[in-house]
Design a binder for this molecule. Structure first.
Ligand code: CP3
Length: 362
């Protein structure tokens, strides 16, 4: 390492976002937004006129450009690599398409033991080289600005939902049915998904990601018992593999208010909390030995500014002052979100938390 890159490493390690992941004191609460690169931004829509989402993900220069769009537009404390949770399924042999107006579709969903047998577990360096390369390119742009980069993967259950259902689904009956009635198939599938997710996360950290987020977006469909018995061991395995990188791990799910301590016990230095729980109560329940991320309702961004500001202040007032809060939405930002509200939100998180924190430490 040369002295210049040592400087960059130290500056990023001292960033608000990474300090909050480690539950250290910060001058202001760090903020980033799930799906911060996306259709609510005109710059993103403009590129989408020319390229499909999969083309953008698989072309490292485009993925890099899109990752940087929200960083250039807003005073965000972290970037998240532009990718999706589903390309790893393609690498396993499933055929993925994003259909306009419908969302993702898997044309050959997993239904039988033979289908599961056929699924490949390839090194991420081979199957997902485009995202690893995009991470290197983004680091080249962000290092000088001292902004950390987050890598991510879908969690085994959320990946299994898509692999089995073949797309979005209402009550996730097919995936839950396999989980409940075919324990051997379920174990074979979830074991492969845990290895793919864990190794993909680890490879992203090795490519330069400073923190890793595991998205278990659909896990709230499960009873706590089913989560604990049939899902948690595989999420734990993915997080254990990812943990070998030594970077902070964020463990996120939605609709998890009945199972937050279980989510924590699967692993993670930071636990994601959605808006269905009060964030201070959730943190109390999870335990203050981990950090938390959340938890504004993404729909609040459609409200008048005064109202949005009050809701944002409420989240901060509930927790600011306790080291280890990363401000975020409770789920991804929605396509029609007004850009002005995003800008005001990000600035207000910094401004309001700075005044709370300076009062606290005065
Ligand atoms: O946060 C970021 O900015 C990074 C990019 C990111 C995308 N998807 C880009 C994307 C991340 C972190 C994801 C994660 C993801 N993808 C999840 C987990 C998080 C969550 O929101 O629950 C899930 C379940 C998916 C699967 C997925 N991808 C769906 C259901 C859809 C279609 C629905 C929709 O919004 O159109 C996508 C497409 C997708 N992934 C878009 C983006 C920006 C929209 C694609 C477009 O441009 O049309």
């Amino acid at each position: 390492m040369n002295p210049a890159s040592d400087d960059v490493t130290a500056r990023i390690a001292a960033s608000r976002f990474l300090r909050a992941c480690r539950r250290e004191r910060v001058d202001a609460t760090p903020v980033w937004l799930m799906r911060q690169a996306g259709r609510y931004m005109a710059e993103y829509r403009k590129l989408r006129e020319r390229y499909s989402i999969l083309e953008m993900i698989k072309t490292p220069e485009l993925a890099c450009e899109v990752t940087l769009q929200p960083i250039q537009a807003f005073d965000l404390d972290a970037a998240i690599i532009f990718a999706d949770i589903l390309p790893p399924l393609e690498g396993m042999g499933l055929s993925l398409e994003f259909v306009k107006g419908e969302g993702p579709v898997i044309h050959n969903p997993v239904r039988s033991a033979a289908d599961i047998d056929r699924l490949r577990v390839l090194p991420a360096e081979d199957a997902l080289a485009f995202t690893l390369r995009a991470i290197e390119l983004v680091r080249g742009e962000l290092d000088a600005r001292g902004i950390p980069l987050i890598g991510f993967s879908g969690a085994p259950f959320t990946l299994a939902s898509y692999a089995i259902e073949g797309g979005g689904s209402k009550n996730r009956v097919a995936v839950k049915r396999m989980m409940m009635s075919e324990p051997a198939l379920w174990d074979a599938l979830m074991s492969k998904l845990a290895d793919v997710a864990g190794n993909y996360l680890l490879a992203q950290a090795r490519a330069g990601a400073h923190a890793l987020q595991l998205f278990d977006s659909w896990v709230g469909e499960l009873s706590p018992q089913d989560y604990e018995m049939r899902v948690l061991p595989y999420s734990r395995r993915a997080l254990e593999i990812a943990g070998r990188a030594g970077v902070p791990l964020i463990h996120f799910g939605t609709n998890t208010s009945g199972m937050l301590p279980l989510i924590k016990s699967a692993g993670g230095d930071v636990i994601g909390v959605d808006w269905r729980t009060d964030i201070a109560d959730a943190w109390q329940e999870i335990g203050h030995d981990v950090a938390v991320q959340g938890n504004l309702d993404p729909v609040a961004l459609f409200a008048e500014w005064d109202d949005l500001r009050a809701r944002t202040a409420h989240v901060l007032d509930r927790v600011a002052g306790r080291p280890g809060h990363i401000f975020n939405l409770g789920h991804g930002i929605l396509p029609e979100t007004p850009v002005d509200n995003v800008r005001r939100l990000v600035d207000f998180v910094h401004e309001h938390s700075r005044s709370l924190l300076s009062r606290k430490h005065a």
